[in-house]
Design a protein around this ligand. Structure first.
Ligand SMILES: Cc1cc2nc3c(=O)[nH]c(=O)nc-3n(C[C@H](O)[C@H](O)[C@H](O)COP(=O)(O)OP(=O)(O)OC[C@H]3O[C@@H](n4cnc5c(N)ncnc54)[C@H](O)[C@@H]3O)c2cc1C
Length: 395
């Protein structure tokens, strides 16, 4: 058996950030991945790359604040470029009825220390010229922005490898070995890799991997799709979202517009190791319609590419980070529910600290134990909803 201190299953941005931060603490790590870091259809390959602190579940606030402080210096820290750009994030409301909720949210977030403020219609138009005249109030977080997810993921992996982390990629099959209530071994192509901890960071595949040894995780795959346009002249600095709008919109430094917002694709082989996704044409149309309604200058562009990627969605919409309940040796870092890219630098730091025994409060609200007494009916409903979503049904 090969031994390391920690064996990480999954080399996406979460597994690779954890590996990098463990290496900084001189912990011996091996990362096992059936593919490569940031290969399709993983979330870290498909991601929209939004680096946004506003509009998050309060349980994520400590990590999001820490991540937001780390991002501006991360390219320098990792010695790589991944197109980080701090153009701000602007969330707009178009209906008077939605104004009170936005005002209340921004007040809560400001109290928690997030860099966000309300902007009126005139300032919205200065920040995002050409945006729909219906936008009447906005929440603007100036220090938010965007980065390139595959490049950032590979930067974490390269920085981890440079500090001695071993990557075992293209490894198939990968399975956990469970002995009673203990999981400290991962079997890769029949060869056992042992560690004090096994970290399960396999995104959308995590529940299938755990389920194969009888550990049920309340995490399920989902597969949002993205659109990319041809490049245009610089027209939009902030990333854009809107209340009641299934939308995330940004212009990349290279001029293309990237459109997302959680429009589902179709998942084939749901829950299996070879699960994949297919773009759904009617959701491309829906996504484009919403984006060009909110930001009409988009109609001058054309869609040149669309894709989808698989993400792990937790039953309550925030990640599971901490020891698996009732299983010794297994540590979960999964179920990032569409938020993992921004959080990744802070998740890596916090998990590395926890694994060397220096737990801090940031992970307390995200512990898997919060879901230990989950109602069976709720779990059944979640599984049914997952199957529907896998058909591309809008939830
Ligand atoms: C379309 C889309 C848009 C998004 N937009 C944003 C955004 O704007 N901002 C934001 O913060 N977040 C966003 N997210 C979420 C974010 O990208 C993810 O939360 C994050 O990338 C998750 O990283 P991960 O490492 O957990 O998972 P992944 O990147 O999916 O990595 C999991 C890894 O596990 C490997 N694996 C699978 N099975 C096995 C196995 N049996 N053994 C070993 N390895 C295995 C895979 O090959 C893969 O490399 C988006 C996600 C998607 C899909």
């Amino acid at each position: 058996m090969r031994h390391s201190d920690v064996v990480i299953v999954g080399g996406g941005i979460i597994g690779s950030s954890i590996a990098y931060h463990l290496a900084l603490r001189a912990v011996a790590v091996v990362v096992v991945d059936i593919g490569e870091p940031a290969a399709p259809p993983s979330a870290s390959w498909a991601s929209a790359g939004g680096v946004r602190q506003q509009a998050r579940d309060p349980r994520e606030w400590p990590l999001t604040l820490e991540a937001s402080r780390r991002w501006p210096a991360l390219e320098r820290e990792l010695g790589a470029t991944f197109d980080f750009r701090q153009g701000g994030h602007l969330h707009v409301v178009e209906r008077d009825d939605d104004v009170p909720a936005l005002e209340a949210r921004v007040a809560r977030e400001r109290l928690a220390g997030l860099d966000v403020r309300l902007v009126d219609a005139a300032e919205i138009r200065t920040l995002a010229p050409g945006i729909t005249p219906e936008a009447r109030l906005g929440a603007y977080s100036q220090s938010d922005g965007q980065a390139n997810p595959p490049k950032a993921t590979r930067a974490f992996a390269a920085a981890a490898m440079a500090r001695g982390v071993r990557y075992c990629t293209g490894a198939r099959p990968v399975r956990l070995r469970r002995t009673g209530h203990v999981v400290r071994t991962v079997v890769v192509n029949g060869e056992p890799f042992g560690g004090r901890w096994v970290v399960l960071a396999a995104g959308a595949w995590s529940a299938g991997i755990a389920g194969a040894v009888g550990i049920e995780l309340p995490v399920a795959p989902r597969a949002p799709q993205m659109l990319l346009t041809d490049p245009g002249p610089p027209a939009l600095a902030p990333t854009i979202s809107g209340t009641g709008r299934r939308l995330s919109l940004k212009q990349l430094p290279t001029g293309e517009f990237l459109v997302g917002g959680g429009w589902p694709s179709v998942i084939d082989g749901l829950g299996t190791p070879t699960m994949s996704c297919r773009v759904l044409p009617q959701n491309v149309e829906g996504s484009w319609r919403v984006a060009s309604t909110v930001f009409p200058p988009l109609t001058a562009r054309r869609i040149v590419r669309s894709w989808c990627g698989l993400e792990g969605e937790a039953i309550d919409g925030v990640p599971l980070i901490g020891p698996a309940v009732g299983v010794e040796g297994l540590y979960l870092a999964t179920g990032f529910s569409g938020h993992g890219f921004q959080l990744s630098p802070a998740v890596g730091r916090a998990v590395a600290d926890a694994l060397v025994g220096e737990e801090d409060d940031a992970l307390a609200p995200l512990q898997p134990s919060r879901l230990a007494d989950l109602d069976a009916a709720r779990l059944r409903a979640f599984r049914a909803e997952t199957k529907n979503r896998a058909l591309g049904t809008l939830g």
